[in-house]
Design a protein around this ligand. Structure first.
Ligand code: NOJ
Ligand code: CA
Length: 672
């Protein structure tokens, strides 16, 4: 822990006995109130209201264990109130400076089984968090359930993916609250005029939580099971992850919230100078199209020649890093024995030469480790693999878990959570930044471990290569759902919208028989806007570099800076549209996207620095795009059509963002 992370102000203001008037906790701005009382069977209940209206009753019934009673029969011993107001900084983030202003109520409870539980509740202006801190006489506890229950006061609508303990690569749904059977988190909702989202923070050594319906408007927590059906084995003294409810009067308030980060511990790394955002390209999309292979055959993508070509392209186009997939031996075992060799390059990938060339060109070299889910095998080689990477100057690692884990371990279970964290800690030891695919969901742990840069954990770009893929409605939903948890490696930016370059390739036919449904479902301007909207400190331009060469619109990515300092969602509604602005150094970037409907959104440019004039380069949809027949036989305005315009503007101006159906707009503001 570094000195700069210590609270600026920390005041324990009140330590009171448990009397009824002490049982209301309010947010610093007074909008959110949490009323705490005990049920008849000795279970704490939290009534959450926003601007005077109750929205949720949370039964904070803690855990259930084989060994002792952890859930009920509690009596309040004392209640302690405190408050905190500090700002802290991070090496990267949508906002590098974060304000943590909250009030806390810590309720100490005891039951006849001699279990002490502190129910710690924090109220921020943007939501609440609570967790259970257990202290028993036992060495360990076998957790069989968590009994937290979220009961909505009235119906509403929600946006989420279904509950699942193996994958997050699922379509989002918009459903009335009472039609949701299971959901993963973030679980975003609107009830009355209030927006909210249920998630968790600081998930360590514990399974992830899903929400399962238990009454028409109530959900209980369901934890990812261990292979024997129990949920977790924890020490007798244990704090659970935080359960969080973001609350806001407008949907964009959920995006502009930082409670998930604030409920994590400060950075544990002394030196973070080696951790830095990057733009990257990779030998990647060709494999998903089928025109290249991960295995070492005649279509092998990660060859020395291709690697050098990519390094040149990165160096010439202001791109920091290059990822190579399929560079290491073992891909022929993917989907089979899942045995990979994490140190041995394929014979046509001259790692030594490539590493030297990357160094000469000032390009950062990424390694890729697909594990196929073989977590035990991977854990056993972490030291040897990571020390090899350091030797070659590799500073970034993309990992993947595409395949079942051994012994029926689920991807989101306690053992898997421990595995993912083990890799983060090992990577930090070797100064490697991480991009994790098929990950455990982000719960703000990148505050504590900032080398955990980004992760997939959603139906990303790859799905467009070999399935119907992602709609513009989906892309307008995930900023309000998946992205509330943290950065996403969606891998945006396909310019060859209809895959014309790949269409005639025999590899494509072989890999994915009927390709008619597979193409990008949004406009080119939206592909560009996604670089801004879908925040990741490691941001990829994922198309084949041939599709960027000579393309005027690629100038946006050259200008783009992944190292932003400030961000704000300016406008949006889940599933409908989104407008985000970010600042990096003295430039501002704006990204806007709409769903299947054309839309014009007017935004004030008052986020720009006052008194300065900016040149705004606007990448927009073409309102006169000719109608074309798409690969699936439907006719639509040509998604490849776009317009680039340049205007002078300043903070007193407004911008009318006109978007075609499935469209978007991206703007870079450069100070004059
Ligand atoms: C799935 C990942 O999401 C993708 O990016 C990667 O190319 C493949 N697995 C192979 O590792
Ligand atoms: Ca994936």
């Amino acid at each position: 822990m570094t000195l700069k992370n210590l609270p600026v102000i920390f005041l324990a203001v009140l330590c009171a006995a448990a009397c009824s008037e002490d049982k209301i906790l309010t947010s610093p701005d007074g909008d959110i109130a949490v009323g705490q009382h005990m049920s008849e069977d000795g279970i704490p209940v939290l009534d959450i209201s926003f601007r005077g209206e109750k929205i949720l009753a949370v039964t904070a019934a803690g855990l259930e264990a084989e060994e002792t009673e952890l859930s009920r029969g509690f009596e309040v011993e004392r209640i302690r109130f405190s408050r905190k107001h500090e700002t802290w900084t991070r090496p990267w983030g949508e906002n590098k400076t974060v304000e943590d202003r909250h009030r806390e109520m810590a309720v100490t409870l005891k039951n006849s089984g001699n279990t002490e539980m502190i129910l710690r509740i924090r109220a921020f202006d943007d939501g609440i968090g609570f967790r259970y801190e257990y202290s028993t006489d036992l060495d360990s506890l076998t957790v069989t359930a968590e009994n937290t229950r979220f009961g909505f006061v009235r119906d509403g609508i929600s946006w989420s993916i279904p509950g699942n303990f193996e994958t997050y690569e699922l379509d989002t749904r918009e459903l009335p609250l009472d039609a949701v059977e299971t959901a993963n988190t973030p679980f975003t909702f609107k009830t009355g005029d209030v927006y909210g989202s249920i998630h968790e923070a600081a998930l360590y050594d514990f399974p992830e939580m899903n929400l399962y319906r238990c009454d028409s408007l109530a959900f209980r927590t369901e934890l990812a099971p261990r292979p024997d059906g129990t949920k977790a084995v924890i020490p007798g003294k244990f704090s659970t992850p935080w359960r969080t409810v973001q609350i806001a009067g407008a949907a964009i308030g959920l995006i502009n919230s930082s409670i998930v980060l604030n409920l994590n511990e400060p950075c544990v790394l002394e030196d973070v100078s080696w951790i830095r955002p990057q733009k990257y390209i990779g030998v990647w999309w060709g494999m998903h199209l089928g025109t290249q292979t991960w295995t070492c055959d005649e279509r092998h993508g990660a060859t020395t020649e291709n690697a050098l070509k990519h390094i040149d392209f990165a160096a010439e186009n202001n791109i920091d890093g290059v990822l190579f997939e399929g560079w290491n031996a073992g891909w022929e075992n993917w989907g089979g024995s899942q045995h990979f060799d994490y140190c041995r390059p394929y014979p046509d990938f001259d790692l030594e030469k490539i590493a030297a060339y990357a160094k000469e060109k000032g390009v950062s070299l990424w390694s890729h480790n697909e594990t196929g889910g073989s977590i035990f095998e991977y854990e056993a080689v972490l030291d040897s693999a990571f020390s090899t990477y350091r030797r070659f100057g590799i500073n970034t690692l993309k990992t993947g878990y595409a395949g079942g884990m051994p012994d029926n371990i689920l991807h989101h279970s306690q053992r898997a959570v421990q595995h993912y964290q083990k890799v983060v800690e090992k990577a930090a030891e070797y100064r490697l930044m991480l991009d994790v695919h098929e990950p455990i969901k982000e719960t703000g742990t990148s505050r504590t471990w900032p080398n955990m840069m980004t992760r997939e954990g959603a139906k990303g770009m790859e799905w467009n290569a070999w399935s119907k893929g992602n709609s513009s409605d989906y892309l307008c939903t995930i900023p309000f759902v998946r992205l509330l948890s943290g950065p996403i490696d969606y891998t945006p930016g396909i310019f060859d919208i209809y895959y014309e370059r790949a269409a005639a390739d025999p590899g494509r036919q072989e890999w994915n028989g009927d390709n008619s449904q597979c193409f990008i479902k949004t406009t080119l301007a939206r592909q560009i806007a996604n670089w801004v909207i879908l925040y990741s400190p490691l941001q990829m331009a994922c198309d084949l570099i041939e599709n960027y060469e000579g393309h005027p619109a690629f100038q946006f990515f050259r200008d783009f800076d992944a190292d932003c300092e400030w961000s704000e969602a300016l406008a949006g509604e889940p599933g409908d549209y989104i407008v985000v602005a970010r600042r990096a150094a003295d430039r501002y970037f704006l990204g806007a996207g709409t769903n299947h409907q054309a839309r014009t959104v007017r935004v004030p440019l008052d986020f720009l620095e006052r008194g300065k004039t900016y040149v705004a380069e606007i990448y927009a949809d073409d309102p006169d795009a000719p109608v074309v027949v798409q690969p699936d036989g439907t006719s639509a305005p040509d998604k490849r059509s776009y317009r680039i315009s340049v205007i002078r503007t300043d903070a007193a101006d407004t911008l009318d963002i006109a978007m075609s159906p499935d469209g978007g707009q991206a703007v870079v503001f450069k100070p004059l």
